[in-house]
Design a protein around this ligand. Structure first.
Ligand code: NAD
Ligand code: MG
Length: 397
């Protein structure tokens, strides 16, 4: 393959940093064209210097000045682009072959969609983009010939276990011979915590994931298991699979990253260390396998793998996600938006942990009439997203 010129949307985050780590291992085939960050601008400057990025995207003029101050004197500055429109324009830039969509939240949707519409090789970590706009997004991928590669570890595992030649970018129905998708979930830090204690858990406790090191928003989502609900919706769109054929299984060791069940009784699983560099390297190298820097998994040292059913009483957010899926695309937008609002407040100390599902449920009720809304444009999705955020903010009062 010729050298890929990569744009990382959200390079300073957990996925962004892991992506740069894998790229640096393959200087002959992978190069960085553009990087973006919303905060931690000094870190962005360091990344741009180390990777030789030609373009950086920051939110505004103040961030531009911080970038320039952090830049080493005497070195030519990269081109600095500003604002959300520049994120979408750069994702579609003819100089870019490959986009890593690693912004957190629905904020990443416009740029990820722009990459799909420009027919890029698109490595998708930003699951909220598919939750909010799955139909629109997959239609853009197909129409414009984008190569969509799932990076979320479960979806990457499923993609690896699909029949040979399967492409998310093309299929509009479940792959032949596949009966169900089995999504594994760790159960997060509160899998066995006394339910009565959940009222008083702190953001740091919620973010202390037993197996994965991730950004704070997705860490809280893993604790509530709303993350797994978002992933069921994500799997529905990526693999054209009806929701009732996607099952969630708790697997506390996080070594089996997910499975595909076939009509003949076979179950294929992908295993490995819980390290995002494996799915990232899979996406960057596809269809080849390339070095990721991840150590091998010793099954004998691990000893055992456990599986159990998820408990909807402990994890009401998972139940709410299934309800939203049944209600329709508008409800999925509301689910995601309300969760983003509630989690941000929880992380800032303004909301108790157990109020997160209550805010989501309240928002779904308020938006009930809009559950099945036809969301056939980005503008329609963003308008509904804004409405749901206002409703959720109101409920947080
Ligand atoms: P993070 O919080 O560590 O990083 C987020 C990145 O997005 C940062 O670079 C930040 O500057 C940027 N960003 C934040 N808000 C923005 C905005 N409004 N506009 C533009 N840029 C913005 O998050 P993360 O853990 O790297 O997760 C990124 C995405 O990948 C999420 O959608 C998450 O669900 C998904 N994901 C992450 C992991 C993981 O291991 N971290 C695993 C699977 C999926
Ligand atoms: Mg995941």
């Amino acid at each position: 393959m010729n050298t890929q010129r990569i744009c990382i949307l959200g390079s300073t985050g957990s996925i962004g940093v892991n992506t740069l780590d894998v790229i640096a291992r393959h200087p002959d085939t992978l190069s960085v064209y553009a990087l973006s960050a919303h905060s931690r601008i000094e870190r962005l400057a360091e990344q741009a210097r180390a990777s030789g990025a030609q373009v950086v995207i920051v939110p505004d003029d103040a961030a531009r000045r911080r970038f320039e101050q952090a830049w080493p004197a005497g070195r030519p500055l990269p081109e600095i682009r500003l604002g959300a429109q520049s994120l979408a324009d750069t994702a579609a830039d003819p100089q870019v072959t490959t986009v890593m969509a690693a912004i957190v939240g629905a904020a990443g949707l416009p740029a990820a969609l722009a990459a799909a519409r420009a027919g890029k090789r698109l490595l998708l970590a930003n699951k909220e983009a598919l939750v909010a706009a799955g139909g629109l997004f997959m239609a853009a991928v197909r129409e414009h010939g984008a190569e969509l590669l799932p990076i979320d570890s479960e979806h990457n595992a499923i993609f690896q276990c699909m029949p040979a030649g399967y492409r998310s970018s093309v299929s509009q129905q479940p792959a032949a011979g596949v009966r169900r998708l089995l999504l594994t979930a760790s159960g997060g830090p509160f899998r066995t915590t006394d339910l009565a204690l959940l009222d008083s858990v702190t953001p740091d406790q919620a973010c202390a994931h037993p197996n994965w090191s991730m950004g704070r928003k997705i860490s809280v989502d893993s604790a509530t298991m709303l993350n797994k609900g978002l992933e069921v919706i994500e799997a529905h769109w990526l693999f054209a699979m009806p929701v009732d054929r996607i099952q969630v299984v708790i697997h506390p060791q996080s070594m089996v990253h997910s499975m595909v069940e076939y009509d003949d009784g076979s179950i294929l699983a992908q295993l490995g260390q819980p390290d995002m560099r494996t799915p990232i390297a899979y996406g960057l190298g596809f269809p080849q396998r390339i070095d990721s820097g991840v150590g091998l998994l010793s099954l004998a040292a691990l000893g055992r793998l456990d599986f159990e059913e998820p408990d909807f009483l402990r994890f009401p957010c998972l139940r709410l996600a299934y309800e939203a899926m049944r209600a329709g695309q508008g409800a999925c937008v509301a689910l995601n938006a309300a969760n983003e609002v509630a989690v941000a407040r929880f992380l800032s100390g303004a909301l108790g942990y157990t109020r997160i599902p209550r805010i989501i449920e309240g928002c779904l009720e308020r938006m009930a009439g809009r559950g099945g809304a036809a969301l056939d444009s980005l503008e329609a999705v963003l308008a509904l997203d804004g409405e749901a955020r206002r409703a959720a903010a109101d409920l947080c009062m």
